[in-house]
Design a protein around this ligand. Structure first.
Ligand code: CA2
Length: 155
């Protein structure tokens, strides 16, 4: 099984240090650690990355086409601005979960629009660090049900 890519966009390296009332107290390193433990229980591998650069995010999404079995994406502010991220996602044929720590629909109106959502399997937002855990649990279920459907085909 190829790894699950978990990609994080701009400023997510700052969570846990600044604006804890919006993003919670967990650091990105803490979230990574807890996802590694959750993935290990399922015997899955994760690739966890963060960048402040739109082009790097696009490169990693393209890399996921061949190197990942699924993608969890918090594109940060690029969620609300990036046609490049949307186009990269449209080239994927993998399960993709868009995640946000905060409930973007409770915040400023410019955060209510996601360029990413039309190209993803589903969206989880507003649960703080738990959004990532819920996203990984959703991916595990999707991968298991597609594996059991494939086994059924070959039975
Ligand atoms: O809620 C989320 O996960 C977001 O994707 C986080 C982004 C924000 O632009 C999105 O609208 C929602 C921001 C990432 C963290 O930015 C910080 C800025 C200052 C201090 C701490 C974090």
């Amino acid at each position: 099984m190829k790894p699950i890519f978990i990609l994080n966009g701009p400023n997510l390296n700052l969570i846990g240090e600044r604006e804890p009332e919006i993003y919670g107290v967990a650091t990105l390193a803490g979230i990574e650690q807890s996802l590694r433990e959750q993935a290990a229980k399922e015997e899955l591998e994760i690739v966890f990355r963060q960048t402040n650069h739109e082009g790097a995010l696009v490169d990693w999404i393209q890399e996921a086409r061949h190197a990942a079995s699924a993608l969890i994406l918090n594109a940060g502010a690029y969620t609300h601005t990036s046609v490049a991220v949307l186009d990269a996602l449209r080239a994927l044929s993998l399960p993709v979960v868009e995640v946000h720590l905060s409930n973007i629909y409770k915040r400023e109106s410019f955060r209510h629009r996601s360029f990413v959502s039309p190209a993803v399997t589903g969206v989880i937002c507003g649960f703080g660090a738990r959004s990532y855990k819920l996203a990984l649990a959703a991916i595990v279920e999707i991968l298991e049900s597609s594996a059991s459907a494939t086994r059924g085909l070959h039975a």
